[in-house]
Design a protein around this ligand. Structure first.
Ligand code: 13P
Ligand code: SF4
Length: 315
């Protein structure tokens, strides 16, 4: 069990280490509020990849999940990339073992392969181009009309893209363990109780939840909508960490977690990603102090995974 040393001011220590090491702390919106507050940059997967690409820091401290830190390392082989908890995985990435995906592709020759960024380097290396939820429509649109497409690993994002772009894609059947748990029925009940509330949803949610949404988009897009909208109340169907930034950006508005399928108070109802939440302030401090756990990658694999990421970033 992790012990919090109450004598340490983790916030101040992280700030000190940043300066001493010329380190930058990048955090995803799904991190716990304290980590977001100490980060130099907070963003969605695409924003974080771009920030990792352009930073001149010597050390990248990546507060997110493994595939995100790995993407930062792929883009920055000469920099040290550390992640507070190496076990911070992702159910989507886990749902797509590279050897099975390779077989899947080989059985369907002639297809362009688009992979969501929520994948391992080995899976990226098998892909033609990567996308995130911010740029997925653009990436699908970059594939010539007469080329059939395989999309993996998120079947809900894939289905949403088929609907938005009109392209008929073959989908790998992966899902996000957090976004599939939102309850359509309970969101409907909430809308009856708060008829003025807008529903904001991430495209990893099921179709029946997306049908209830006033706005569907990446985490950055949901935040932007929360600020720009005239609505005063929102039901947020994505990981609850983003509500911290929503409240900071629009303190006069009310943000409610979309209810999950489980009973109130249960894990299935908390809308928190157990992988993202493995990172804590103590682990953040410790990974900076010890420069580990560090992300390392075989150079051939890195180069193979870099190609489809660069294709995405060039778009
Ligand atoms: P974004 O690309 O919107 O940040 O989403 C990342 C993610 O892990 C969603 O579950
Ligand atoms: Fe993966 Fe879902 Fe967690 Fe995002 S929220 S990191 S897709 S398990």
């Amino acid at each position: 069990m992790e012990i919090l040393d109450v004598r340490v001011d983790y916030f101040r220590e992280v700030e000190r280490l940043k300066e001493e090491m010329n380190a930058v702390v990048l955090a995803h919106y799904y991190q716990e509020p304290e980590i977001q507050d100490v980060a130099d940059f907070i963003g969605d997967s695409l924003g974080l990849a771009r920030e990792a690409q352009s930073t001149d820091a010597d050390v990248i401290v990546f507060c997110g999940v493994h595939f995100m830190a790995e993407t930062a390392k792929i883009l920055n082989p000469g920099k040290t990339v550390v992640l507070p908890d190496l076990e911070a995985g992702c159910s989507l990435s886990d749902s797509c073992p590279p050897d099975e995906f390779e077989r899947f592709i080989k059985e369907r020759p002639g297809h362009a392969v688009i992979s969501y960024v929520n994948t391992s380097a080995a899976m990226k290396a098998l892909s033609d181009v990567i996308c995130t939820s911010s740029n997925a429509e653009k990436v699908v649109g970059s594939i010539p009309e007469d080329t059939p497409i395989i999309f993996g690993p998120d079947k809900h994002l894939g289905r949403y893209l088929v609907e938005k772009t009109g392209r008929d894609m073959i989908l790998w059947p992966g899902t996000c363990m957090v976004h599939i748990l939102f309850s359509e029925k309970k969101i409907r009940q909430m809308k009856v109780r708060f008829p003025d509330a807008e529903v904001l949803a991430h495209p990893e949610c099921e179709e029946r939840v997306l049908r209830l949404a006033d706005h569907v988009g990446s985490t950055t897009s949901l935040l932007e909508r929360a600020v720009a909208s005239d609505a005063r109340r929102f039901i947020v169907a994505t990981e609850a960490g983003i509500i911290h930034q929503m409240r900071k950006a629009a303190p006069e508005k009310e943000f409610m977690r979309a209810p999950g399928r489980g009973p109130e108070g249960s894990c299935e109802a908390c809308a928190e990603c157990p992988h993202m939440r493995r990172n804590t302030m103590e682990k953040l401090y410790s990974c900076m102090e010890n420069l580990e756990p560090e992300i390392t990658l075989d150079e051939d694999l890195r180069l193979a995974a870099l190609r489809p990421i660069e294709r995405m970033l060039a778009l």
